[in-house]
Design a binder for this molecule. Structure first.
Ligand code: ZN
Length: 289
């Protein structure tokens, strides 16, 4: 069933665990996410990025998630969230489509402009009873950026004092932080990202909103557990789900002479579900429905 994100996040504070926020792109990945969550009996966030809205269309992808949440997820609470909204129009579109949470990511802008852009989306979301997540510090993705991050972390990582000011001025409900976490596939082939837990602890002390850890694929369980203790309440997983989907599909496509897409797409559902269940157990949200 679809619920408001605030109801899910509220419970994480008492239980000291984190919600998994999983990206979907299509029917099979959505079914896989829900299957994994049902097996683990966990509340989850299903998120759709602005690039996926452009790929699938807001109505099509939203209806897939809503219909599965209502009909197949039984009593598993699911919150629908816009991931990395870059434009105000995407924020409006998702609020109108019934999302209970949006993200406005203006982290590529200078600090004061990030505040201004974020404020506008937060005000709009709040007028409609929707939660808003902002991002401060840059969560990098490309190989070159990651190498740059290693050499000059201060250019990318969230500054605790700025975080305090950012939350106060924008009135966001959740803050995405950059503490060594990175997006994308680079980390699959290279070393797992190392979290700056000291910085995370300082941020946690300075702000009173839940912290969101993006790019958490491949981060080891013990680091994630420490991050949860320091105030991370939402953990985003995308790369590892994509990887599981792709590997499953490649395997199925090896069978020559198979022309039924259902035959090679259905194993991807189980492959995705397996990753989701593992992550949920790692985040401590299993059995928390
Ligand atoms: Zn992200």
């Amino acid at each position: 069933m679809l619920v408001h994100i605030k109801d899910l996040v509220k419970k994480t504070e008492k239980g000291k665990y984190a919600l998994g926020a999983f990206n979907t792109f299509n029917l099979e990945i959505t079914l896989g996410i829900v299957k994994g969550a049902m097996e683990a009996q966990a509340p989850i966030i299903i998120q759709i990025s602005e690039t996926t809205l452009n790929y699938a269309g807001v109505k099509a992808i939203t209806h897939i998630v809503k219909t599965i949440a209502k009909n197949q997820a039984n009593n598993i609470p699911i919150a629908l969230h816009l991931d990395h909204g870059k434009s105000f129009s995407a924020v409006m579109e998702c609020v109108k489509a019934g999302f209970s949470s949006i993200m406005i990511d203006a982290s590529n802008l200078p600090f004061d402009e990030n505040i201004t852009v974020t404020q506008k989306s937060v005000q709009y979301a709040h007028r409609h009873g929707v939660w808003a997540q902002g991002e401060l510090g840059k969560i990098v993705k490309e190989k070159k950026e990651i190498e740059h991050l290693v050499q000059h972390p201060e250019k990318f990582l969230t500054d605790p004092d700025q975080a305090q000011e950012f939350v106060k001025k924008t009135k966001i409900d959740a803050l995405a932080v950059s503490v060594g976490n990175v997006h994308g596939v680079y980390k699959l082939e290279h070393k797992a990202p190392v979290l700056d837990l000291k910085r995370l602890a300082e941020i946690g002390k300075k702000v009173d909103v839940p912290l969101v850890l993006h790019g958490a694929s491949k981060i080891p369980a013990d680091s994630l557990k420490k991050a949860i203790k320091l105030g991370v309440r939402i953990i985003n997983i995308d790369t590892e789900t994509r990887h599981a989907f792709k590997q499953s599909l490649l395997q199925s496509l090896k069978k020559r002479g198979e022309y039924d897409p259902r035959k090679f797409l259905s194993p991807t559902i189980d492959a995705v579900a397996k990753v989701i269940k593992e992550k949920i157990i790692m985040f401590g949200s299993a059995g928390k429905v």
